[in-house]
Every structure is written in structure tokens, then in C-alpha cells.
Design a protein around this ligand. Structure first.
Ligand SMILES: Nc1ncnc2c1ncn2[C@@H]1O[C@H](COP(=O)(O)OP(=O)(O)OP(=O)(O)O)[C@@H](O)[C@H]1O
Ligand SMILES: [Mg+2]
Length: 381
């Protein structure tokens, strides 16, 4: 038997519970198709729609588009089979911002115990979700940073190992070159003397052999000079020079087949530089272009000024450089030639860097671009 006082207590409790639920949760009631027939104040506040705007609208009005088809399939199959669905929902408010609900959706039954609609009660968990998203983002960033750092360490240690190997190799090569230099000078001197003394006694065939011998001696001494140049600490002899004149001297000294044309735009630019070293750079670049052309083609050299820099481009109509080789061509000892030492471009880079400049390469057409500041300061050395 229920006493009057019990009814009063029950009413009071119901009022309190109802008010607590309303303050804490978003409550929504829909018909069987999901059309809203009730939305409490909390639902209106968070979704930013008024009650009038919501009633009669389908629940889709707050759909965010975040969840997958499978997510909705699971939800509908649960509630249409008479069970309660629990889960987290990302929704879209009227102003386009998003909010998250921890939600419970239960079916409502009519007298005949058939489903006539749905009630959903949700707790706003937007702040928690945003925080956890931020944490995940921070974690992802940290993982990425860690990965980057590990890669950087690996790259650096590979570089150090490579540099150490190269410096060992450099020391060995320079010692070898140094030791070979004197005997080679003797060989050269005697071959000159012998060929002069035997000049009249030699037939054509013998003269050809002597000429081959002399060429080979020149090749060897060039290689020795390259190796020594590479390992020597270079001191620059800085003077004011005409870059055009240096280029002309380099051109005179390279071996160029007749069918290769070298076109130079005349531009008398004066720069402070070590003329011998810059000449060596031009010789190397021109020799590489000539070797790439294999007997026939064009080489275009341009001299231009830009701000306080002089720009020298050496372009050839040769086959170009393989993309895979591109990052390696300035490395010492990298060569694709049978008779190359692979020191030419690394010497060039070293000389240009000592002048405070840089040298880069591009394909199609193969172009080496050298930039040198016009007024190099002695401190650059
Ligand atoms: N103009 C060019 N066209 C195509 N490939 C080039 C050109 N210049 C340089 N290369 C490539 O770059 C590599 C390195 O050149 P580098 O001048 O350092 O050495 P090398 O010419 O092989 O030998 P050397 O020590 O005799 O100069 C060459 O072997 C070649 O593959
Ligand atoms: Mg070369």
C-alpha cells in the first residue's frame, strides 16, 4: 500500500531526478524513422538549434559525416532488434562546429510491444575527446620527431664514416702520388732525351710508339697533380682578374676536337680570385663537357653578373647525367669513366667554396652553374 507521504516523496524524487538528467544529459526522442519529437534544453543548447527548429526534423540534422556506413549499420541493427545501443557519436552543431556525445539509444515500445520510436540520452564528452585528440597528435608528432631524429643520426654517422674513409683514402692516395711524382719526372726526362737523341734513327712506327709513351706519361702526371691538388690544403692567391681572360686561357689548354664548338658570350667582369685555381675549375668543366660530347656538339659558356656575384654557366649538348648519379657527381672518386679519377668536380667544388661561392648542376641540357662573389674577403679562406 502506498501512503500519501510516499507519493509526495516519489514526486519529489522524480522531479529531482528529472532535473538532474536534464542538466547533465542531452535527451532526444524520435519516431521510428528518426524524426525528432522531443529534445530537451541541454540538447538544444549544445546543438545550438531551438526546440522549434528541431521538432519535426530528422536526427540527420546534426549528422557530422564522420562515422562510417558500418557504424550506422551496427547502430540500426541493434536498436531495430529491440536492444540498447551504446557508443560515442560525433555530431555537428548549427554553426558547423563539432561536438561529441557518449550516447545510449533505446527503442520505445507501444502497447503491442512493437517499436514505435527511440530515446537517446547523451553526455557531452567534447572536451575529453579534444584533449585525447590533442594527446594523440602530440604522440604522433613525437613519434615522427623521433623517427626524423633517428634518420638524421644515421645520415650523420654514415657521413662521418664516409668522410673518415675518404680522408684515409686521401692520405694514402696523396702519399702514393707524392712518391710516384719523382720517378715519373725521371721517366719523362729520359724519354724526352732518348726521343730527341734517336729522332733521326726512328721510323714512323717507332715515332708513334714514343708519342703514345709521352701521352701516357702526361696522363699519369695529370692524375698525380689531381690527387695532390685534392689532398693539398689550398691557399688562395687572391688578385683582381678578368674572368673572361681566365676562361680563354683554360680554353686554350684543353684538348678539343674540331667538331666541338665552344660559344662564349663576351662580358668583361673583374673579380677578386685566384686565377690559377679558377682556371683549373674552367678546365675541368670544359674537359667534362668535351668528354660527354664525344667528338661533336656545342658547348655554351655564359658569363653574367647578378648583384655582387658573377655567374658562369657551362652548358653542353651531350647526353646528360643519369638521375641516380646526380647526387654523387661532386663526391671525390665518383666517376663513370674508364680513365677518370673522379676528382675533377670535387676539386672544382672545393675551389669555388674556398672563394665563397657554389657550384650546382642541372640536366636537359647539362648545365654547371658556378656562382662566385665578386669581392671575396680574405676571411673566407
Ligand atoms: N658535362 C657532363 N656531362 C655528363 N656527365 C658529366 C659531365 N660532367 C661530369 N659528369 C659526370 O660526373 C662524373 C664525375 O666527374 P669528375 O669530373 O668529378 O670526374 P671524371 O671526369 O670522371 O674524372 P676526372 O677526375 O678525370 O675529372 C663523371 O664521371 C661523369 O659521369
Ligand atoms: Mg672530370
Amino acid at each position: 500500500m502506498i501512503l500519501n507521504t510516499d507519493i509526495i516523496n516519489f514526486d519529489l524524487q522524480f522531479e529531482e531526478i528529472y532535473s538532474i538528467i536534464n542538466n547533465h544529459s542531452m535527451v532526444e526522442v524520435t519516431d521510428i524513422e528518426g524524426n525528432i519529437i522531443f529534445a530537451n534544453k541541454k540538447f538544444c543548447d549544445i546543438s545550438q538549434y531551438s526546440e522549434q527548429e528541431l521538432i519535426g526534423q530528422n536526427h540527420r540534422i546534426i549528422k557530422s559525416g564522420f562515422h562510417t556506413k558500418e557504424f550506422y549499420k551496427d547502430l540500426w541493427s541493434t536498436i531495430t532488434s529491440g536492444k540498447t545501443w551504446h557508443g560515442e557519436f560525433k555530431n555537428k552543431a548549427k554553426d558547423g562546429s563539432y561536438f561529441w556525445n557518449k550516447q545510449m539509444i533505446m527503442p520505445r515500445f507501444d502497447n503491442k510491444k512493437t517499436i514505435c520510436g527511440y530515446i537517446s540520452i547523451g553526455t557531452d564528452i567534447t572536451t575529453e575527446k579534444e584533449l585525447s585528440e590533442k594527446l594523440t597528435q602530440i604522440e604522433d608528432n613525437l613519434v615522427q620527431q623521433n623517427k626524423n631524429l633517428q634518420e638524421k643520426i644515421k645520415r650523420k654517422s654514415d657521413e662521418i664514416i664516409k668522410k673518415e674513409k675518404l680522408s684515409m683514402l686521401g692520405t694514402m692516395a696523396s702519399r702514393l702520388a707524392h712518391d710516384l711524382k719523382n720517378p715519373l719526372t725521371v721517366v719523362k726526362a729520359y724519354s724526352d732525351i732518348l726521343s730527341r737523341q734517336l729522332e733521326d734513327k726512328m721510323n714512323y712506327e717507332m715515332k708513334m710508339k714514343v708519342s703514345k709513351l709521352k701521352n701516357s706519361i702526361t696522363d699519369m702526371s695529370n692524375i698525380i697533380e689531381d690527387v695532390l691538388d685534392f689532398s693539398r690544403t689550398v691557399e688562395l692567391d687572391l688578385q683582381k682578374n678578368s674572368i673572361f681572360k681566365i676562361l680563354m686561357i683554360a680554353l686554350e689548354n684543353v684538348d678539343k676536337p674540331k667538331q666541338i664548338n665552344v660559344n662564349i658570350n663576351y662580358s668583361d667582369i673583374a673579380i677578386i680570385c685566384d686565377s690559377k685555381k679558377i682556371e683549373a675549375v674552367f678546365s675541368n668543366l670544359l674537359s667534362n663537357a668535351i668528354q660527354a660530347l664525344e667528338e661533336i656538339g656545342e658547348i655554351n659558356v655564359r658569363l653574367t653578373e647578378e648583384d655582387n656575384q658573377v655567374l658562369i654557366t657551362v652548358e653542353d649538348t651531350g647526353p646528360g647525367i643519369l638521375e641516380d648519379d646526380m647526387p654523387r657527381i661532386f663526391e671525390p672518386l665518383f666517376t663513370t669513366k674508364q680513365k677518370g679519377t673522379g676528382l675533377g668536380l670535387s676539386i672544382c667544388k672545393n675551389i669555388i667554396n674556398l672563394h665563397g661561392g657554389d657550384i650546382i648542376v642541372k640536366n636537359a641540357p647539362t648545365t654547371f652553374i658556378v656562382t662566385i662573389p665578386k669581392n671575396i674577403k680574405k676571411t673566407n679562406q
